[in-house]
Design a protein around this ligand. Structure first.
Ligand code: LLP
Length: 425
């Protein structure tokens, strides 16, 4: 992360706090979140997109403190469950700055959204239109958007590409489902269609797919005006902005994206004779990913004929991303200097699967040994939000650091927590 500082003695500090001190105080594995880095990233987005609404995608990670920081920095929120929505609103997040997503919203999701007065509900399927309309009390109106499948595949892995035809999200532009849905929503007096949405995928590192999406969605906005006489005021391009998991990986720069999208939007709208809609974007990973560091303790070192394994006290239960998407991280030894000579290691987790590997070919000091601490940078997004208690290992705590101080945000899940849910015998 940008704010991590190496000390000559091998210790690593984030926001002025030594990670080995946090490990001593809170145990391992522990997730450290740099508050100033999160806030700085929010500001970079606000500065790059002053004309847009920036909604943080809460699925990347959410806790009350984070909701509060994001709110204070002037961002909105994208949620996809009653759980995320409740947590944000009970923290004081203004509900009108929240969007509800989901391809399968539960009755509870919709009830909660309407009860709390969520700003927009993003419709993902034809059947939802009547369902939401029927849930809106007579005499009131719910703002909605339509999620369009633009037929553009983008993203770092097949499992996180959501803009192409043939995956579960959205209403197809090609098959005319999107246009049909526009007509049906416009026919519902209790729904107000504010605009179109698309989310192309995640961990995207080029601007091009976003520009193609602008053109296609503006095309549908123009048809909506031609056919129904309605000019839609909003256009949501989703999130998906890639970050670097290892030094040298490509990233999507918000300022470059903003500039190119702005130009494309102005040109496309001018071509179609439409006013420029208000832009919405939904970055998740790019706000919190690089602001988080996971700290593990080495439990075992094993040299085999094939390779040296360094096994740590966490793994796929707190970070399922390597197993799911084949992502590789760049762990490093912290807390002491270690030998100058390096060996190529495989950093493995503690879980009972051969696929529980966090990183391959990691050059660690040759004297790496049990008791050492490893830091895994860029651990803030889609780790804890996707964590499980596999093997009945409790989920790790989250500690915030800022200006030389630390404070706990989320406590460790204990064996008592896990046992408390087990109510039968
Ligand atoms: N908006 C919508 C509608 C989304 O579905 C998502 C992510 C985002 C915004 C935010 O995308 P981001 O800016 O964070 O890429 N678990 C996967 C990523 C799944 C993303 C799901 N949707 C991973 O660990 O890579």
């Amino acid at each position: 992360p940008a704010s991590a500082v190496d000390r000559p003695d091998g210790r690593l500090t984030v926001a002025g706090v030594a990670l080995d001190e946090i490990a001593e105080r809170h145990g391992t594995p522990v997730y450290v979140l740099d508050e100033d880095e999160v806030r700085g990233r929010c500001r970079r987005y606000r500065d790059a997109f002053p004309e847009a609404d920036v909604h943080y995608a809460a699925k990347a990670f959410l806790c009350r403190a984070l909701a509060h920081w994001v709110e204070e920095e002037g961002l909105g929120l994208d949620v996809c469950s009653a759980g995320e929505l409740e947590l944000a609103v009970t923290t004081g997040f203004p509900p009108d700055r929240i969007l509800l997503h989901g391809n399968a919203k539960s009755p509870e999701d919709l009830r909660t959204a309407l009860r709390l007065g969520v700003g927009r509900i993003v419709i993902d399927s034809p059947a939802e239109i009547a369902r939401i309309a029927a849930a809106v009390p007579p005499g009131s109106e719910q703002k909605v958007m339509l999620r369009v499948t633009p037929g553009i595949g983008a993203g770092g892995h097949a499992k996180i590409r959501t803009g192409s035809e043939g995956q579960k999200f959205g209403l197809s532009l090609r098959d005319g489902h999107a246009q049909h849905a526009v007509a049906r929503v416009l026919g519902q007096p209790r729904l107000r269609l504010t605009g179109l949405h698309c989310h192309l995928g995640s961990q995207i590192t080029t601007v091009k797919p976003y520009l193609a999406a602008v053109r296609r969605l503006v095309g549908l906005m123009a048809r909506t005006r031609d056919l129904y006489g309605v000019v839609l005021p909003e256009l949501d391009l989703g999130g998906g902005h890639g970050v670097a998991y290892r030094p040298g990986d490509p990233v999507l720069d918000p300022a470059a994206l903003a500039h190119r999208v702005r130009v494309e939007l102005i040109e496309s709208c001018a071509g179609a004779g439409l006013p420029v809609p208000r832009l919405i974007i939904e970055p998740g990973r790019a706000i919190v990913g690089p602001a988080g560091v996971a700290v593990y303790r080495v439990l075992a070192v094993k040299a085999t004929a094939a390779r040296v394994f360094v096994a740590v006290d966490g793994g796929m239960s707190d970070n399922p991303r390597p197993a799911l998407y084949g992502v590789r991280y760049a762990p490093r030894l912290i807390g002491r200097r270690g030998a100058a000579e390096r060996v190529a290691t495989t950093v493995a987790g503690r879980h009972c699967e051969a696929g529980d590997v966090l990183a391959e070919n990691v050059p660690l000091p040759a004297d790496v040994r049990p008791g050492d601490l490893l830091a895994v940078p860029v651990a803030g997004a889609y780790h804890l939000s996707m964590a499980s208690s596999y093997n009945l290992v409790g989920r790790p705590p989250v500690v915030a650091v800022s200006a030389g101080t630390s404070r706990p945000l989320v406590r460790r899940e204990t064996l008592e927590d896990l046992r408390a849910r087990d109510v039968g015998l």
